[in-house]
Design a protein around this ligand. Structure first.
Ligand code: BGC
Length: 366
């Protein structure tokens, strides 16, 4: 019997409660969620990580935590309103815009940007926070009025720049990434539903969907990047949860089969040949795939993913970013450990995805 098989319902319930606590303990009083307290480079709050974390907290009944994060996002966007309008005006005038002039993927908890060089231009999070807010508002029958101006502004920004190349989920490749487009699409669809002022949002969303069908599908499955067939685990999000495509859509099934053939075997790698910390198996991706299995009716496989994630917890109940039991590029591990120390743990996004999958499978926090 493996460690995963040996997990009892009590262990899962304990890890579920512990996960909510880890997230709460690492939420700044201003609403920001630290990606991880363990590494200096992760003591920032990313829109991407945060949107998934807020979504999990909302599902867990922690409405105040989720709304504090949405308030933090909204304040950041509103504070950059002039910058957004100026970027849009310059873009429409045909001026070139440097990638470093764009909004950032992460901020310090106090909303400042920091001056460390980083792959800052990533559009996905600006769609994700709107998506998470919309889901939260309908789940808990909450008003989005306090966030509406920031939703409209974010949607204006996304509707203008959605087809600009930017960095991917993994902050490494610059291009038009299919998972990024799906997140932006979800944000634009939600914005159009939430506020009639987001008039351009639905039209831009339609253009994104048409573009993905035309340029983001290769050999019957999704391509990591428009025109580039490479496989990437973030592609799962095009369906679960962002619904650019339905979970039972043949293109999605073929994408998942390709992931299973190459990088998903309980643990899930980000992409073939990943070398970040040796390219280990990511817990958040294992849980994301499990969530997708649940939505696609593969309940046993979803439970197996949950058990695999839970089996990676350390004694304190912390879930790391990735584990080293199976590496894509073993020779790269030591250099990263020398450079930054051990990889991030606990990673709030790992805990969030565990919470989401566990609740989706019917586990309770009671
Ligand atoms: C990941 C990003 C993530 C960040 C913070 C990076 O290693 O590639 O997706 O947003 O860590 O968790």
């Amino acid at each position: 019997m493996t460690g995963a098989d040996a997990l009892r319902p009590d262990d899962l319930a304990r890890l579920l409660r512990r996960s909510v606590d880890v997230i709460r303990e690492n939420q700044d009083e201003g609403g920001a969620y630290l990606a991880s307290p363990s590494l200096p480079t992760y003591r920032f709050s990313w829109f991407r990580d945060g949107a998934f974390i807020a979504d999990a907290m909302s599902r867990a009944g922690q409405a105040e935590s989720a709304e504090a994060f949405f308030r933090w996002c909204a304040d950041i966007v509103i504070a950059r309103g002039d910058r957004i309008e100026s970027l849009i005006a310059r873009h429409r005038a045909g001026e070139a815009i440097d990638r470093d002039e764009h909004l950032r993927c992460r901020y310090r908890p106090d909303g400042s940007e920091g001056d460390m060089p980083w792959s800052n231009f990533q559009l996905d999070g600006y769609g994700m926070w709107i998506w998470a807010l919309g889901a939260h508002a309908s789940r808990h029958a909450r008003s989005v009025e306090p966030f509406a101006d920031a939703v409209v502004l974010s949607a204006r920004y996304l509707a203008e720049f959605w087809d600009e190349p930017c960095f991917d989920w993994w902050e490494e490749r610059f291009g038009c990434h299919t998972a990024t487009l799906a997140a932006v699409h979800a944000g634009l669809v939600t914005a159009g539903e939430l506020d009639s002022r987001a008039a351009d949002a639905a039209e831009a969303a339609n253009r994104i969907a048409a573009t993905v069908w035309a340029e983001g599908v290769v050999d019957g499955r999704l391509a990591g990047e428009l025109g580039d067939p490479r496989i990437d685990a973030s592609l799962v999000a095009c369906s679960t949860p962002f619904r650019l495509l339905d979970p039972d859509e043949p293109v999605v099934e073929a994408t998942v089969r390709a992931l299973e053939a190459e990088i998903a075997h309980g643990g899930v790698h980000r992409y073939p040949g990943d070398s970040y910390y040796g390219g280990g198996e990511w817990l958040l991706l294992a849980a994301l795939l499990g969530w997708h299995y649940a939505e696609a009716g593969r309940r046993d496989d979803a439970w197996a993913q949950l058990a695999w994630v839970a089996a990676q917890a350390n004694e304190a109940g912390d879930l790391p970013e990735q584990v080293e039991s199976h590496l894509e590029t073993p020779s790269a591990l030591d250099d990263w450990v020398r450079k930054w120390g051990p990889s991030a743990s606990p990673l709030l996004w790992s805990h969030a995805m565990f919470v989401t999958l566990a609740l989706d499978l019917g586990l309770s926090l009671e």
